[in-house]
Design a binder for this molecule. Structure first.
Ligand SMILES: [Zn+2]
Length: 241
């Protein structure tokens, strides 16, 4: 297992839903931001199915999740853009139109590192994560080659490194030691997800908040054990783009 890329000048994380970036690579993004990297978020779907409450105002939910994502990025110390593609939650497609949109963002922001879902993760059920992963890799390929989507009128851009999270075969670890608190704080900005994702039924119950923090720390520690560190986030690294 390799570890710890040099701190990039800039990074773009491509996530299926608001909160995926923080869950999968929040510590890594916070560590890089603190060292001066510009961190951008691209969120593919509108998060409109992120509730079990049948009485939810789902238009309101979309706006809530956007503001939560912006607050979470800010908690990480991210100073770049937070962009929403606004595809319908659960209906993301890795088609040419959406690929063009992702490639356009990569060309505009010129990130040195791109992070995204591993589209080849076996037995993962959620289609948005698979499609977001495909859009990430296909977006990188399109962005780097000038004859893809020339209608963008933008220079081609080739990122240096692609890190795939939720990786089927992780081969790269980022040291997350000391970066669990900020990851937890960012995740706790996604308040609309407390019941469905964070297992927090009462936001004022300190015990539940601490249990969530412990869960974040445990996940980082388990990833650390696999990589010879106390605490880590794991990726499949594609270094030759
Ligand atoms: Zn997700």
């Amino acid at each position: 297992m390799r570890n710890n890329l040099p701190i990039p000048r800039s990074a773009l994380v491509v996530a299926a839903h608001p909160d995926d970036a923080e869950f999968q690579c929040g510590s890594t993004l916070a560590k890089w931001a603190a060292a001066g990297a510009i961190i951008h978020h691209l969120v593919c779907t509108d998060g409109s199915k992120g509730t079990w409450d049948l009485n939810t105002d789902r238009v309101g939910l979309v706006e809530t999740r956007k503001s939560e994502q912006i607050a979470a990025a800010s908690r990480l110390g991210a100073t770049g853009q937070v962009i929403f593609l606004d595809e319908i939650d659960g209906e993301l497609r890795s088609d040419l139109v959406t690929r063009s949109a992702v490639a356009r963002v990569i060309r505009e922001l010129k990130p040195q590192v791109v992070l995204g879902h591993d589209p080849w993760k076996r037995y993962r059920l959620h289609p948005d994560h698979r499609h977001a992963g495909l859009l990430t890799i296909e977006g990188v390929v399109a962005a780097r080659d000038p004859f893809f989507f020339p209608e963008h009128g933008l220079e081609a851009h080739r990122p240096q490194t692609l890190l795939l999270f939720e990786a089927d075969e992780p081969d790269h670890a980022e040291d997350a030691y000391g970066w669990s608190d900020v990851k937890t704080a960012a995740l706790l900005e996604h308040k609309s997800q407390f019941v469905t994702t964070h297992d927090i039924t009462n936001p004022n119950d300190e015990t539940q908040i601490r249990a969530f923090q412990n869960r974040v720390e445990e996940d980082l520690a388990i990833a650390g054990e696999l990589s010879g560190m106390k605490s880590a986030e794991l990726f499949k690294a594609i270094l030759d783009l």
